[in-house]
Design a protein around this ligand. Structure first.
Ligand SMILES: *Cc1c(COP(=O)(O)O)cnc(C)c1O
Length: 354
């Protein structure tokens, strides 16, 4: 197998899955495992289902199609496009929604296929991405309840995606009150209250999760053992279930400032340099086509990234205690954005450890 290579450790993902599912189950919370960061890779998703996940969620129907055959409910967590309603009804059990026209189309399409599509209405509680504004919730619900091809199964909210808003107990209590009000007014039962993404987990740890929230949509912690609020490895989870490796193709001592008349770099920027004298550098055969440079850091903490072009990663290895050689393999750590880019790059070999 050649490099760059992404190693995917299924037993570690299983462990993360089981740990998170059990942690939430104890609080009466069902997890929809979000598969978008690994593009709905069916083998990874299967391991999560084996670990106890009952719902798989993705933002793209093309990814959800890859999950076919797995014993779990399939959820679309991007409000659907008008142009994908047929596919939605065909491949997805439950979707998040905020637009009446779209839900009208979904209902129509579902009826045509003798199906009932489940809908979770999104309510915007301040992060200002998708969702109904509070004062329109009632009138929308009233209309949705009349749509024969749709079953209203939940209310949901999202945080931390546009406004960077951190969910708090009182914010989620609003959602609970809203649900209770609607249930009473219309004599219905709304089974799911989805209290956000992994940024809501801190409420469990702080014992601040209000009773009534019974659903979360979680992605990041399964794969990298983190969420954004604490930004620390979650206790009991593996943070190295995904490991990225590249191969060293050059090691040389070179000045730290380029020599000659200065123009722009390959990406249209004018680079700046600090003169640190002659430094030992390595080139790893991996570049912007494979990774999102901003999201990777060398595992060797004494190694720093100097820059990258489309196919070359330039590293300063001067201060490292390891003596590197051409042909050696260097491990790089990834954040969420970097893992997403690596998963979607055909240039990165994927090695699955079972
Ligand atoms: C991506 C996404 C999630 C998952 O977020 P994580 O930070 O990976 O837990 C949940 N809900 C929605 C609507 C999303 O788009």
């Amino acid at each position: 197998m050649t490099y760059p290579k992404l190693e995917i450790n299924l037993p570690k993902i299983y462990h993360n899955g089981k740990t998170l599912v059990e942690m939430c189950r104890k609080k009466g919370i069902e997890i929809a495992a979000v598969t978008k960061v690994f593009r709905g890779h069916p083998e990874i998703a299967r391991v999560l289902v084996e670990a106890g996940v009952t719902m798989l969620a993705d933002s793209r129907i093309s990814n959800i199609k890859r999950l076919e055959g797995l014993e779990a409910h399939k959820m679309l967590i991007r409000i659907p496009m008008m142009s994908e309603i047929e596919e939605l009804v065909e491949h997805v059990d439950i979707s998040i929604n905020s637009e009446l026209e779209v839900m009208d189309r979904i209902s129509e399409e579902a009826l045509k296929r003798n199906k009932v599509h489940q809908v979770m209405l999104m309510v915007d509680l301040g992060d200002l991405r998708e969702g109904l504004w509070e004062d329109e919730v009632e009138s929308v619900v009233e209309k949705v309840l009349m749509m024969k091809g749709i079953q209203l199964v939940g209310l949901g909210a999202n945080f931390g995606c546009y406004g960077g808003i951190i969910p708090e107990r009182h914010t989620l209590e609003k959602l609970i009150a809203m649900k209770q009000g609607l249930e009473k007014k219309y004599g219905i039962s709304i089974p799911y209250l989805s209290g956000g993404n992994s940024n809501s987990l801190h409420l469990i740890w702080e014992d601040q999760m209000p009773e009534g929230i019974n659903h979360l949509r979680i992605g990041y912690p399964f794969v990298l053992a983190k969420e954004d609020v604490y930004d620390q490895v979650i206790e009991g989870l593996y943070d190295d279930a995904f490991r990225l490796y590249g191969e060293i193709v050059e090691i040389k001592n070179k000045p730290s400032v380029p020599i000659g008349k200065r123009g722009i770099d390959a990406f249209g920027n004018i680079p700046e340099f600090i003169d640190r004298g002659i430094r030992k550098r390595a080139i790893v055969a991996l570049g912007r086509q494979d990774v999102r440079l901003e999201g990777i850091t060398p595992k060797d903490e004494k190694v720093t990234i100097l820059g990258a072009s489309s196919d070359h990663l330039i590293l300063d290895i001067h201060d490292s205690k390891t003596s590197y050689h051409v042909g050696d393999i260097m491990e790089l750590k990834m954040n969420y954005g970097a893992l997403l880019a690596v998963m979607t790059s055909d240039y990165v070999m994927k090695e699955i450890i079972i």
